[in-house]
Design a binder for this molecule. Structure first.
Ligand code: ATP
Length: 376
């Protein structure tokens, strides 16, 4: 079937591109506020996954960040000049752009994020867009009031907080870090924590300083760092030992839902961390990891055996009641069924409780319980 695509796409993609994207089923059109958006669900040529096209321009997808597992050697390998260390916080990624004057938040996959768009005035000074109407703010939203993440964030007690970590100009280029720091400071917009500048060439003291930052973040229950060059080059990411354990604790109930690589990656990151820092695994860490890997799935299996499904619970607050429906629709698109439990007015907000049911993960556990065999 030939779906008609809006004319503005021709400014960015040839007919051949559009045909190729259609064949891969990675181009999708949707409407929001009477505006047509086209999103890419996979990377294509110079456009990262999540790139969005609309009549006035492009919102480039947020690029993947390379990971290093050996901090010192990674720094020495990739950073020959001045760099900054930014904290890496573990929430969800959104890009905020002013579309016809209205700030809208886009998810990593290029959908509108109804929750962040609803709460944007609480999270950011949108006067920023008066001066920079075509810039795109890239940020992480984090906290127990997130509609997407269930990991316990030890440093945020309630609701969500937004931290900005990148800025794209009207041409879609990432602004140099120091320029971005200055701009956001001027608008008093909450930036991600940072250290630096550092200059690695021949200096062990700067590498040691970064290692000390990681140890401090590890002790404080933080996720990690993203190291960013001041001028040329690409950023790299590195995470703490404690974040590997928190990731396991937050996800092993989804052991039949997530790819096995998700879990082995966390184990490998932890093993590399201890190797480099000369830290032996403490008994406490080993016991907590084993509990996460065995006891949480054991609880999940018991619940499924008793007729329950694999679930995750959320408790969020929004300004508009409609946002709850939009959010549920958005979540249901990903193949994870979402069930609303309650919506209550609470001051200027609506508090919504809902849960997500992991159908694939539940089905797999049920089949195994029923004795169905499989090849592994
Ligand atoms: P990738 O982004 O490489 O595809 P991913 O989606 O699995 O990987 P992570 O491994 O958590 O995500 O790391 C990258 C993400 O970290 C970024 O997309 C961004 O959302 C988030 N992030 C948090 N803090 C920062 C920061 N200071 N700079 C850049 N990204 C950050």
């Amino acid at each position: 079937m030939n779906t008609p695509y809006p004319d503005f796409l021709e400014k960015h993609l040839t007919e051949k591109d559009i045909t190729a994207l259609k064949e891969r089923e990675s181009i999708h059109t949707y409407q929001f506020n009477n505006i047509t958006f086209v999103r890419l669900s996979q990377e294509y040529k110079c456009y990262p996954r999540g790139t969005v096209f609309y009549d006035k321009g492009i919102i480039p997808g947020y690029p993947k960040i390379m990971r290093i597992l050996h901090l010192a050697n990674g720094i020495n390998r990739y950073f020959k000049n001045k760099f900054y260390v930014e904290e890496k916080v573990d929430g969800y990624n959104v890009r905020v752009a002013a579309i016809s004057g209205t700030p809208i938040a886009f998810t990593r996959g290029g959908f509108i994020c109804p929750f962040t768009t609803d709460r944007i005035h609480d999270l950011i000074d949108i006067n920023f867009f008066n001066e920079y109407p075509e810039h795109i703010i890239c940020c992480e939203v984090v906290g127990p009031g997130s509609p997407y993440n269930t990991e316990i964030i030890p440093y945020i007690d309630e609701d969500v907080v937004l931290f900005v970590f990148d800025l794209l100009n009207e041409k879609g280029n990432h602004l140099p870090v120091e320029e971005r720091y200055r701009i956001f400071e001027r608008f008093n917009i909450q930036q991600i924590r940072r250290w630096g500048p550092f200059n690695v060439s021949g200096s062990t003291s700067d590498v040691d300083a970064v290692k000390n930052i990681i140890l401090e973040l590890d002790r404080d229950g933080r996720e990690g760092i993203v190291i960013k060059p001041v001028s040329d080059g690409k950023p790299v990411k590195y995470v703490t030992l404690s974040s590997c354990l928190r990731d396991l604790q937050a996800t092993t109930h989804l052991i039949t839902e997530l790819p096995a690589g998700f879990f082995t990656q966390r184990i490998l990151r932890a093993v590399f961390f201890c190797h480099e820092f000369g830290i032996p695994f403490s008994s406490e860490y080993l016991i907590s990891s084993a509990k996460a890997l065995y006891l949480i799935p054991e609880d999940t299996l018991r619940a499924v055996a008793e007729g329950e499904s694999v679930k995750e619970f959320f408790d969020i607050k929004v300004r508009n009641k409609n946002t709850v429906d939009e959010l549920i629709q958005h979540l249901n698109r990903s193949g994870v069924r979402t069930q609303l439990v309650s919506v209550e007015k609470s001051g200027d907000y609506y508090r919504a409780k809902f849960y997500r049911i992991y159908i694939k993960g539940t089905r797999e556990l049920r089949h195994r319980l029923m004795g169905k065999g499989f090849f592994d």
